[in-house]
Design a protein around this ligand. Structure first.
Ligand code: ACM
Ligand code: ZN
Length: 764
């Protein structure tokens, strides 16, 4: 901003201890996650030895190996198989609910199971009942009865954007198995790398598995820079078989994904003859959606079917994922061969052509005894006969498919994209979005308004781990856990406890298992939360600590920036805060005051920091004459909370509109004259977010025709419109016109652009 400033820094530092008094009064809380259908606990405990004697009658060799491995990984316990003096017995059940099991702990332990998988699940549950301390091992006498709610309990992993080794993929699968996931969706191909050996087409991995450069920082950062280093890797068919067998040993089925017709740049770099133009292409080093996709001509269909032949032989599961998402139709529109396919098959347009393409794959897979699943774009142009749909752009695609009596896996971005941020501050770089633990916990794959007769088409749900910003396994664990554990509750538990109880079980019982396995899980959801409210003279906040964060130490400093006034600087007084109290932040009479707050916790040694840039707009009432999109509406305090929407942008920090005309009104509380209004806008063309065309101001009811001063920040992603106003007014209305439609040649062409705003400041 360019106003004339006289900066006087005033620095005061206060150390304040907010003493916590968090009490938990949970009883009969089952420590098992995902929570079982039935849990009854008795008062007595049963002691067990470090070496448990197990009667393994009826157990497969695999189960016996798994039992040993599981016991060691949770508690460093040993297992000895013997039918004499055994403390743990197994009993096979027949004619019971699929994958159900029970655990009976009295003077000894009996696990009853209906399938090998359910025996495996039961043993994980059993381990989670055991307490270990210096006295030894014990568990409460209890009865557990359990079975899964959904049959598709999935986690996905993108190994194209970043490659993960066989050992890392196995560890990912092993961690999934602790929480009763049964489906691993392996995203093996994309624009940035082809990762599966195909014997008939060796160039797919010789060329397609390697890129020459990778974009650095966030892809929206300007100017873009690249790390110019060869990057890549792939799995041989032998390695794929090894991973498939490993997953099977943990009762997990792998669904391989071979992307088509879009996200195919790596394949086309190897075999450009299967694109529309035939031009040479590189394996992409940038993230995004690209125009060059597989051509729909017969030769490409045949090429892809030959690839699917090999894939079908490697993966014994029934589903093969063919992608189908984000396939721009630009090349198909310009391609003579594609237009020929449209004409000879009497197709209406390129969407029907995509549907034709998917149908070819669907029929082919069906002839091999496999089922096709694809992202929800496969609904466009008509859903192929046997296709199942993975709904990622919200729930609507899944609802539509279920109504057409097709199977559905729900994986909406809002709840299931674990590449999104999980916290508001101090998180490692992510693609964007905001999916905290609580949001993941709220997920329900059955939409409330879906007629019950279609519920059986919802196979379950899945979280997706796209790895543009996840370059190593430690970060992958951080992004996945504990959100995947929250998801396991939704997918397995017949009835899950409330979120606070879940958090209690997680931190009390499960963090230690994750620590024992050296999982780099996130504790973001256990950091103190800052709660905001408007107050009379501005706003107030308080810090809601949790048991896991321990005591909170809050320090504070401030500096002031004044405009046109050199006389009234400083004048600070020391402030002390009582425990858990609301902390007031006042609108300054003149200029801007920057309040810095530093939060430290004693238990998990986290620290965070935020600044409130207080101006006269702080906490003012806002009226949205135009409603923001519910997806990008962090509440009407967002625009006047003194905190700038940051970059890379997060959905909760910016208010987003998908309209051409936007009107927002501020009430100054009293008549004022001679002040400046500043409004900040975001641009991120890849997300269809564009700067507005025009911003005007209406004061009370008359347009104040002042031309805004427009400033672009250094990386050209933020534009600030500022207005110098002189008339007396109480209401300030912003009238914002976006560009009508996104011009051709730009991302999202032909659509209404998004307008993102944060923050509004008023300076006197
Ligand atoms: C997707 O996230 N493009 C399926
Ligand atoms: Zn073509």
């Amino acid at each position: 901003m360019t106003f004339v400033v006289n900066r006087k820094n005033v620095f005061i530092l206060l150390g304040i201890f907010i003493v916590l008094n968090v009490q938990f009064s949970f009883s009969q809380i089952c420590p098992i996650i995902p929570s079982p259908a039935t849990y009854k606990e008795f008062n007595e405990s049963l002691l067990i030895e470090k070496t448990v004697i197990v009667d393994s009658t009826g157990l497969s060799e695999n189960l016996k190996n798994q039992l040993k491995e599981i016991a060691f990984s949770y508690h460093k316990m040993e297992i000895k198989f013997s039918s004499n003096e055994s403390q743990l017995k197994f009993k096979k059940l027949v004619n019971v609910i699929e994958n159900s099991y029970s655990i009976n702990v009295s003077n000894d332990i009996t696990i009853s199971y209906s399938s090998d998988a359910s025996c495996f699940y039961a043993f994980h549950s059993f381990m989670q009942l055991i307490n270990s301390d210096s006295e030894g091992y014990s568990l409460k006498k209890c009865f557990v009865k359990d079975y899964p709610k959904f049959q598709w309990r999935g986690l996905h992993l993108d190994v194209s954007r970043h490659f993960f080794t066989v050992e890392e993929v196995k560890r990912y699968i092993d961690l999934m198995s602790m929480y009763k996931f049964n489906t691993f969706h392996w995203h093996l191909t994309d624009d940035q790398g082809w990762r599966i050996e195909i014997k008939q087409f060796p160039k797919l991995t010789e060329i397609g598995a390697w890129r020459d450069s990778t974009v650095e920082n966030h892809y929206t950062t300007k100017p873009r820079t690249y790390k110019k280093e060869r990057y890549g890797g792939f799995y041989t068919q032998e390695q794929i078989k090894e991973v498939v067998a490993y997953a099977a040993s943990k009762y997990i089925t792998i669904v391989p994904e071979i992307e088509m017709p879009g996200h195919s740049r790596a394949a086309l770099a190897a075999y450009p003859e299967y694109s529309c133009t035939g031009k040479e292409l590189c394996v992409e080093g940038l993230w995004g959606v690209f125009d060059d996709i597989f051509c729909s001509k017969d030769e490409t269909i045949s090429f892809l079917q030959k690839i699917l032949d090999e894939v079908a032989l490697l993966f014994p599961g029934e589903f093969i994922h063919i992608g189908g998402d984000e396939a721009p139709k630009k090349r198909w529109k310009e391609c003579e061969k594609c237009q020929n396919v449209i004409n000879t098959n009497n197709l209406k347009d390129e969407h029907e052509l995509q549907s034709y393409f998917i149908q070819k794959m669907d029929k082919y897979l069906a002839s091999k005894g496999k089922k096709l699943i694809g992202w929800d774009e496969i609904l466009e142009g008509g859903l192929s006969q046997n296709a199942a749909v993975m709904s990622w752009r919200g729930f609507d695609g899944g609802i539509e498919a279920a109504k057409q009596e097709h199977y559905v896996v729900m994986s909406p971005g809002s709840h299931c994209y674990f590449d999104h941020y999980q916290g508001k501050k101090n998180e490692p770089l992510a693609i964007g979005g905001y999916t905290p633990l609580e949001k993941a916990y709220e997920f329900n794959p059955i939409p409330p308004d879906l007629d019950e007769k279609y519920h059986s088409y919802i196979l379950g749900g899945q979280a997706n781990l796209w790895t543009e910003y996840i370059a190593d396994f430690k970060k992958l664990e951080y992004m996945t856990y504990p959100r995947a554990i929250a998801l396991s509750q939704t997918l397995w538990s017949i009835e899950k406890p409330d979120y606070n109880t879940f958090k209690y079980i997680l931190s009390n019982n499960h963090f230690k298992y994750l620590e024992a396995k050296k999982v780099n899980f996130s504790k973001t959801a256990f950091l103190p939360e800052v709660e905001w409210k408007r107050s009379k003279g501005g706003l107030k906040f308080r810090i809601n600590a949790s048991k896991e964060s321990g005591q909170i130490e809050l320090s504070y400093s401030r500096n002031e920036i004044l405009i046109n006034d050199y006389s009234k600087t400083g004048n600070n007084t020391n402030v002390t805060f009582a425990p858990n109290s609301w902390i007031q932040v006042k609108r300054p009479k003149k200029g801007i005051t920057n309040h810095h707050y530093y939060i430290k916790t004693t238990e998990n040694s986290s620290s965070s920091h935020f600044i409130i840039n207080a101006t006269h707009a702080l906490g003012l009432p806002i009226k949205y004459i135009t409603e923001p999109s519910p997806n990008y509406n962090g509440g009407d305090l967002t625009l006047v909370d003194g905190q700038f929407g940051s970059l890379p942008w997060k959905g909760n920090e910016w208010i987003g509109f998908n309209k051409n005309k936007i009107q927002i009104e501020l009430d100054l509380g009293k008549k004022m004259s001679n002040f400046q209004v500043f409004v900040r806008f975001l641009s991120d063309e890849n997300s269809w977010i564009y700067f507005p065309n025009d911003v005007k101001i209406v004061l009370d009811d008359a347009f104040e025709l002042v031309n805004p001063k427009i400033e672009l920040n250094d990386n050209q992603q933020i534009k600030t419109f500022s207005f110098q106003l002189s008339k007396k007014t109480q209401k300030v209305k912003l009238v914002i016109d976006s560009i009508m439609l996104i011009p051709s040649g730009l991302p999202g062409e032909g659509n209404i652009p998004w307008t993102f705003i944060d923050e509004i400041q008023i300076l006197r």
